[in-house]
Write a protein that binds this ligand. Structure first.
Ligand code: G3P
Length: 227
């Protein structure tokens, strides 16, 4: 399962990239709005930081296929070859996906709340389909079950589209989809930090240090305990 950051805050992206094994960054218009800055300025800054080979996902705004296609072409031109054009999975979006995928652009079908949206997006040529796990839960349905259903639909129909699971609220949701082997997950910074936060681990690590320092002296490590 690829692991992407669902955020546009460059400082947070830098911090997560420094520590965690990350495959790229996803954004949406609401995430970009939080920056209060020009969207291209922010996206270019992210691209510069993550490099040309990492995935950068950014979304079109228009509601007609023709305009979505124009936006997508412009975004890919400005943001580079590993840009994924996020297109909402509505009828006009399906048309835009067919056109842009036919031209060889990378497509992420977004705003997916049902398995049949994902099926249609895959048929329209999307590289990724992004089910909104937690938002599906909030509708009284089951986001994990819907995402697994999408994976089964893709596999059983020979569709090459990958899942890019989005909208996570907690580690358990991430773990369940990781175990199931979906293609990718994009996760907000708070949830990323929660994936590995564990007081028992901190306590074990601190006990090891205390014991070692008891043996060799304060501040000693394997680098200098022979001096
Ligand atoms: O990009 C869509 C998805 O990441 C939304 O997440 O947390 O706003 O439900 P959230």
């Amino acid at each position: 399962m690829k692991f992407l950051i669902d955020d546009a805050n460059i400082q947070k992206i830098r911090e997560i990239y420094d520590l965690y094994p990350v495959d790229g960054v996803t954004t949406n218009p609401s995430i970009l709005a939080k920056s209060g800055r020009n969207p291209y300025e922010v996206l270019k800054e992210i691209r510069e930081f993550i490099g040309p080979d990492a995935e950068l996902h950014a979304q079109v705004i228009s509601l007609t296929a023709d305009k979505m296609v124009e936006e997508g072409r412009k975004m890919a031109e400005i943001l580079g070859k590993n840009t994924y054009i996020k297109i909402p999975t509505i009828p006009e979006g399906l048309k835009a996906m067919k056109i842009l995928s036919g031209e060889g652009y990378n497509i992420t079908a977004t705003a997916i709340y049902t398995p049949l949206q994902a099926y249609l997006a895959a048929k329209a040529g999307a590289d990724y389909a992004a089910p909104y796990v937690n938002r599906i839960d909030n509708l009284g349905a089951n986001g994990i079950a819907s995402t697994k259903c999408i994976q089964n639909i893709f596999e059983n129909n020979g569709l090459k589209t990958q899942i890019l699971a989005a909208s996570f609220k907690n580690s358990q949701q991430v773990q369940e989809l990781c175990e199931y082997g979906v293609g990718a997950a994009t996760i907000g910074v708070d949830v990323i930090e929660g994936l590995i936060k564990n007081a028992a681990v901190d306590s074990a690590v601190n006990a090891f240090i205390k014991d070692f320092e008891g043996l060799c002296g304060e501040g000693k490590t394997m680098l200098n305990c022979d001096k």
